[in-house]
Design a protein around this ligand. Structure first.
Ligand SMILES: Nc1nc2c(ncn2[C@@H]2O[C@H](COP(=O)(O)OP(=O)(O)OP(=O)(O)O)[C@@H](O)[C@H]2O)c(=O)[nH]1
Ligand SMILES: [Mg+2]
Ligand SMILES: [Zn+2]
Length: 304
């Protein structure tokens, strides 16, 4: 075995256990050299194989990241979720019911990272799409919406076409069908799925760690399945950064009287004018105010 250092792709990272994949798709269980190296799924790392050792290799560095998806933890710090993404696939359904505010926050995170965002309404065979006016509004803003069913396979090809370049991540509440969509798109899911997904209370497979899978030929990209969430927010942002996550608010802001307008109580606020005349959806404005409030709290907690 060649023990020279090489570049590898992190396909799974749970705690200090990291699986690195070589360009020829061989996988090695690796440890990190030092506590400060904390790779996440999608990271490229410099590593060297360890011959005759119980572990397969040692990671010595994380290569420069194109981007890094983060989220705040309950303790007020930002944790790393995944790196080098080209698309966030936000999955929701009618069972469990979709939370448009959660979808907004994923969108805000994708705008912040400047990666594409695809909104996926899964389980469409279950119920007529009532109560999804918010989704039509988001579609009107230009976000790509796919309505599909992992169960029947309807429109799953659309999702595949939308996310088969680069690395995409499936995100959303637990039980909406992220892993099922992955299974529908990638036929030959390998052994690791079983190892990392634990049977939940109702005998259901709940994903407990992120894992990167490759599409089959001719597709070149990869797909990260991530554990379901109750809540999500972009990483700690300044008050000035929050409007960037809401494209229609960002677009109106240039016509506000004050350059530093936060679109709350300021006079001459174009955003509020557009909310009042319906050009900006009231729900999205409420969502913006909620995220602004959350970021104020996170920033206050982070202050020394
Ligand atoms: N009717 C229907 N059920 C589906 C569909 N997709 C997934 N399911 C079911 O929904 C349940 C949850 O699916 P999962 O794929 O495990 O959901 P998940 O989003 O990966 O959940 P977590 O791993 O907990 O985040 C399972 O019982 C699936 O069989 C669909 O399109 N239609
Ligand atoms: Mg899952
Ligand atoms: Zn304003």
């Amino acid at each position: 075995m060649n023990t020279e250092s090489a570049t590898g792709l992190v396909v799974a990272a749970f705690g200090r256990q990291v699986i690195v994949e070589t360009p020829s798709r061989e996988r090695f269980n690796c440890r990190m050299k030092g506590r400060n190296i904390r790779p996440v799924c999608g990271d490229y790392v410099t590593w060297s194989p360890r011959e005759g050792d119980s572990i397969g290799g040692i990671i010595t560095a994380i290569n420069e990241r194109d981007n890094l998806l983060q989220r705040p933890t309950r303790r007020g710090r930002d944790e790393n979720v995944a790196a080098n993404l080209s698309c966030m696939v936000v999955v929701f359904s009618s069972h469990p019911p979709a939370d448009p505010f959660l979808v907004d926050r994923y969108i805000a995170a994708s705008e912040h990272l400047q990666v594409e965002c695809v909104l996926v309404h899964n389980k469409i065979e279950l119920a007529p799409a009532t109560g999804f006016e918010w989704l039509v509004a988001l579609e009107g803003l230009g976000y790509k919406v796919i309505r599909c069913s992992a169960k029947t396979g309807e429109n799953v090809d659309q999702l595949m076409d939308a996310c088969s370049d680069g690395v995409s991540i499936l995100v959303g509440q637990s039980g909406v069908g992220k892993s099922s969509l992955l299974n529908a798109m990638i036929a030959d899911i390998n052994q690791e799925t079983q190892e990392i997904s634990t049977s939940g209370k109702f005998g259901r497979h709940t994903t407990s760690a992120s894992y990167l899978y490759h599409f089959e030929e001719p597709y070149t990209g990869g797909l990260i399945d991530s554990p379901g969430v109750r809540d999500f927010a972009p990483p700690t942002l300044t008050e000035e950064q929050v409007p960037n996550g809401y494209i229609e608010i960002f677009a109106a802001a240039s016509d506000c009287k004050f350059a530093n307008c936060r679109h709350q109580h300021e006079p001459g606020c174009e955003v509020k004018t557009r909310v009042e005349d319906g050009r900006i959806e009231a729900r999205r404005y409420t969502s913006y105010l909620q995220l602004q409030k959350l970021m104020r709290e996170l920033n206050a907690n982070a202050a020394p």
